[in-house]
Write a protein that binds this ligand. Structure first.
Ligand code: 4AD
Length: 429
């Protein structure tokens, strides 16, 4: 008998199959028992009728939630089931009976669920989110490989800051001070000068003091860098990437989106090209909407929501004041007070999902910016070398995976978009 994954059962109607998984729930009404099984790819309802299989009916009543088992049965078409099929069981072999399971089907508080994250991820909703995350990560890689970008991993242990010194996690590196990487960008710039178009994809770390629904201490960032790409080429690449991610999830994770009750019309409405507003235009928009906001400040979450609410697709805000952005961003030749950089804000209040810019290619200007930002020049000698040996215009960006997944899934908080979140007050389990 074939071992079939639950998501593939619909292709086996009328056949006898084997399912290997765990009992998610069971309930009985008189002479019918419903066993709900999960195997990581989905859940399926198995319907046992007492009069048809009395022994099996009697032997399955005490199987506890999350017991592991192998069930054989016949696949039956069932239009009312989200899967389109149900199982008529033939046999059940229990591998291990589970102790009373702490996560029951009633509502639990988020602190309790977070304390039990290793078990919480077994619930259908959490599993659906993690499957969508997996699709997004694969789609990111496919996108870049189809465009001749080379994957070049950046280090996690670094000697200097990339995104400001206030959020660094410091570590002891054989009695030398080192930091967990905030971004692979500076290394991407080096590999881009070697390979032309590169990306890196890994965990990044920020000792953020913020306890918001958008901030993690450890998050995954997809970062691309391309030699000879200007600011416009960079934005085009980003919008095509994000459009591709939305399309791929819509086509590959329909059932998961349904389970999450995601309004898919909102994702289907995402279309190219994405709208673009300059920072100055965005400030005017906020003021016109009655939000007091002064030119020169950074947008907070409510400001970002008010701006993105005006659009169905993600929106670029470009040419921010240089003063509030990182040291490496190229000033706009037409107005050096602003930079050739853009953030992409997701719709529906999900806020910034991408930060990117053209990079300073002139060595003198770059040295001056490093000094102005009070960064240790000696740690950046190698980075300055990139401008000494055949400097070229180049651009890149970083996309936060958890924020992107949260938006695509339509979930409240980034902590559900990563298997084991690291938040301000929690690093267990
Ligand atoms: O805008 P950021 O700080 O950009 C950079 O790090 C650039 N060096 C990237 C590059 O150009 N190669 O961060 C990029 C994205 C943000 O838009 C956001 O999606 C995500 O990373 N991000 C976070 N996600 C979760 N928790 C946090 N604490 C995050 N900080 C940034």
């Amino acid at each position: 008998m074939d071992w079939v994954l639950i998501k593939n059962l619909k292709h086996h109607v009328g056949k006898e199959v084997e399912i290997r998984g765990w009992l998610y729930n069971q309930r009985a009404t008189g002479k019918i028992r419903f066993l709900i099984l999960r195997d990581g790819t989905g859940t399926v309802q198995c319907v046992l009728v007492k009069d048809e299989n009395t022994d099996l009916f009697n032997n399955t009543g005490d199987i506890t939630q999350e017991s592991s088992l192998i069930l054989t049965g016949t696949v039956r078409e069932e239009p009312r089931s989200p899967l389109g099929v149900e199982i008529t069981p033939l046999s059940v072999k229990i591998l291990a009976k589970a102790e009373p399971y702490p996560i029951t089907l009633k509502e639990h508080g988020v602190d309790f669920l977070s304390e039990n994250r290793h078990l919480w991820i077994r619930t259908p909703r959490q599993s659906a989110i993690l499957r969508i995350r997996s699709t997004v990560q694969r789609a990111c890689r496919d996108f870049f490989h189809s465009r001749d970008f080379v994957l070049a991993d950046s280090p996690i242990i670094t000697p200097a800051a990339c995104e400001g010194t206030s959020t660094l996690f410091e570590i002891n590196y054989h009695d030398e001070k080192a930091f967990l990487s905030q971004s692979g960008q500076l290394y991407n710039e080096a590999t881009a000068m070697a390979l032309g178009r590169v990306y890196c994809f890994g965990p990044t770390f920020r000792a953020e003091k913020s306890k918001t629904r958008r901030h993690l201490m450890e998050f995954w960032m997809l970062e691309a860098e391309a030699a000879f790409f200007d600011f416009e080429d960079n934005m085009k690449l980003q919008e095509e990437l994000v459009h591709h991610l939305a399309r791929t999830v819509l086509s590959e994770n329909r059932d998961d989106l349904k389970l999450l009750k995601r309004d898919v019309e909102k994702l289907e409405a995402v279309s190219l090209p994405f709208p673009r507003l300059s920072y100055t235009e965005a400030v005017k928009l906020l003021n016109d909407l009655g939000h007091p906001f002064e030119w020169g400040n950074d947008f907070g979450a409510p400001d970002e929501t008010a701006i993105s609410d005006k659009f169905q697709s993600p929106v670029f805000i470009h040419r921010y004041p240089a003063r509030i952005k990182a040291f490496y961003m190229e000033p706009d030749p037409e107005n050096p007070d602003v930079i050739l950089g853009a953030d992409m804000l997701a719709p529906e209040g999900y806020g910034e999902i991408i930060g990117g810019s053209q990079r300073i290619s002139d060595p003198t200007l770059l040295r001056q910016k490093i000094a102005e930002h009070h960064l240790p020049l000696e740690s950046f000698q190698w980075y300055l070398d990139l401008r000494r040996f055949g400097t070229v215009p180049h651009s890149g960006f970083g996309l936060g995976i958890e924020r992107t997944v949260s938006w695509l899934c339509g979930i409240e908080h980034v902590r559900e978009a990563i298997p084991f979140p690291r938040t301000l007050y929690r690093m267990y389990p």
